[in-house]
Write a protein that binds this ligand. Structure first.
Ligand code: NAD
Length: 509
């Protein structure tokens, strides 16, 4: 283990968390069965009560009853809540970001970026509230009008993962609220404090603009609390972000009651580096995408597929950059890599590296633990492992900073390797050759929901629809027309003539 400067002890961090919560308008009960830990030291910050089954039912009751009137408020008026939420987030950006750092271990820049993303999606949703457009189609019948209308859907159950504890909630909630839905949020049991803060800010926004605060409900707890949302018929849409395993448990249960599901699951993102790539730019992009957030993004770059002619120079640059990455206390400005979330994440990183080596892989750099926050904190040096083939461990998502390196001779084979994993979230190609770039973007190119050229796999903008294919679940959130998942479509035919012509020219009687 290498050593980094000492961190403040957990007690001091707990005082800081309590101060931040108070500044954000949230007051944790201080006791309860849900511990809020900090990965900075591995210690416990505060405790939060978990919702009982009766409380979850009550939250769904309230959201369901609030929906009955919220759906009739005109969308531009509904947007007032989201506009105010965006303002409150701007005012409290630093405080919420610091709470994200304490609870999840993100470095300051990334935690602030996450809150900025929330502000951006609020702005997007406010604009969207005047653009929930339906189409008008040409009717085949004289004196008829054919059109579609988008209506609010109902209660949206939002289940979120630990690694984007606040942004994923805002992507769902800002859009759902302008669409006329109400929300019941089940955050990750690992991040109850940031959830309390967001809930308090939203309730304050609603109260200040004169909206019903019951449009948003928070239910804290583990998978069992999530399962109650999954099984309740009044939850019209279950928007669930997390592991493939979670999606496999959730999707059939929602389908069994003909509910709607929006799944944002794991990724195993790859980048192809071609002979014409700008290696300087590619190196910088790869380091951010693979080592940023300590490898704990769904869009983290986990595989690079490099042309044999450039693999040597690329790896020289990459390993040099990796060796200089400052790993340590994310509250320090200098740190670029904070801790893993917990011991389990460290164990899965260690075992993945061992399996890769058993498969003939060579650990080129990193992988070791860094002593920065004491025995219960898990700081690691991001690892680069060169692999002879895309073995089973490479096809899995290990939620830690391991970058596997594979090589190729021709682009078709590189694309085949790239797509040869069960997940389909984010992809990239580094090239200066337009033919190669277009080939990667083409129907027989990358099979991912997000495919980039000369940009890494992580760090999407909110304006696009976010999500992936295959085991990533097929859902789309945030920008573009992702709002349609939060509404129901009605097709309307209006006859303004005095005749009754039937479609397809049918004569009846
Ligand atoms: P996780 O699957 O352990 O938990 C995610 C959420 O699902 C938590 O709130 C958890 O309590 C809940 N949950 C788990 N099982 C459930 C069940 N059977 N019924 C109802 N709820 C259940 O994931 P995690 O460790 O918090 O997050 C990491 C994973 O999330 C990674 O796989 C990552 O790729 C993925 N992720 C995906 C996206 C995306 O947009 N595609 C974004 C962030 C994270």
């Amino acid at each position: 283990m290498t050593t980094a400067p000492a961190l403040p002890r957990t007690g001091k961090l707990a005082e800081r968390a309590a101060r931040l919560l108070a500044a954000l308008g949230a007051t944790p009960a201080g006791s309860g069965d849900l511990p809020a830990r900090t990965p900075l030291t591995g210690g416990e910050l505060l405790r939060v009560p978990a919702a009982t089954a009766v409380e979850v039912t009550c939250a769904i009751d309230q959201a369901h009853s609030a929906f009955r009137s919220w759906r009739t408020v005109p969308a531009p008026q509904r947007a007032a809540v989201v506009r105010r939420l965006g303002q409150l987030l701007s005012e409290h950006l630093d405080e919420l970001a610091e709470l994200v750092t304490l609870e999840v271990g993100k470095i300051g820049a990334e935690a602030r970026g996450e809150v900025q993303e929330m502000i951006d999606v609020c702005e997007f949703a406010v604009g969207l509230s005047r653009q929930l457009y339906g189409r008008t189609m040409a009717s085949e019948r004289p004196g008829h009008r054919l059109m579609e209308t988008w209506h609010p859907l109902g209660v949206v159950g939002v289940i979120s993962a630990f690694n984007f504890p606040v942004a994923v909630w805002s992507w769902n909630t800002a859009i759902a609220l302008v669409c006329g839905d109400t929300v019941v949020w089940k955050p990750s049991q690992t991040t109850p404090l940031t959830a309390l803060a967001c809930h308090a800010l939203l309730r304050r926004a609603a109260t200040e603009v004169g909206a019903d605060p019951n449009i948003h409900q928070l239910v804290q707890g583990d998978a069992g609390v999530g399962a109650q949302l999954v099984d309740d018929e009044r939850v019209a849409l279950v928007s669930a972000t997390g592991s493939v395993r979670m999606g496999q448990a959730v999707a059939p249960r929602v389908a069994a009651r003909f509910g709607r599901c929006l799944l944002e699951l794991g990724g195993n993102n790859g980048a192809v580096v071609t002979p014409s790539a700008d290696l300087e730019l590619a190196t910088r992009a790869i380091v951010f995408a693979a080592a940023g957030t300590a490898g704990q993004r769904c869009t983290t770059l986990r595989r690079i597929i490099v042309h044999v002619d450039v693999v040597g120079p690329l790896l020289d640059r990459l390993c040099a950059a990796y060796r200089q990455l400052p790993v340590g206390n994310p509250l320090d400005d200098g740190a670029l890599v904070g801790p893993l979330i917990d011991a389990k994440a460290y164990e899965s990183m260690r075992s993945a590296i061992e399996r890769a080596i058993d498969d003939g892989g060579e650990l080129l750099c990193g992988g070791e633990r860094v002593d920065a926050g004491g025995p219960d904190a898990y700081y690691v040096r991001p690892a680069v492992v060169r692999m002879p083939a895309q073995s089973a461990i490479v096809r899995e998502e290990t939620f830690a900073p391991i970058l596997y390196v594979l090589t190729y001779h021709d682009l078709d084979a590189a694309i085949e390797l790239h797509n040869g994993v069960p997940q389909g979230l984010s992809a990239a190609i580094f090239t200066s050759d337009q033919r190669e770039a277009e080939r990667f973007l083409a129907p027989d190119g990358s099979d991912c929901g997000i495919t980039n050229v000369n940009i890494g796999t992580s760090g999407a903008e909110i304006g696009g629809a976010f999500g992936g294919e295959k085991q990533t679940g097929g859902g789309r959130e945030s920008g573009s027309d992702a709002w349609k998942a939060y509404m129901r479509r009605a097709t309307n035919t209006v006859n303004y003539s005095t005749e009754l012509p039937l479609a397809q020219g049918i004569r009846f009687g």
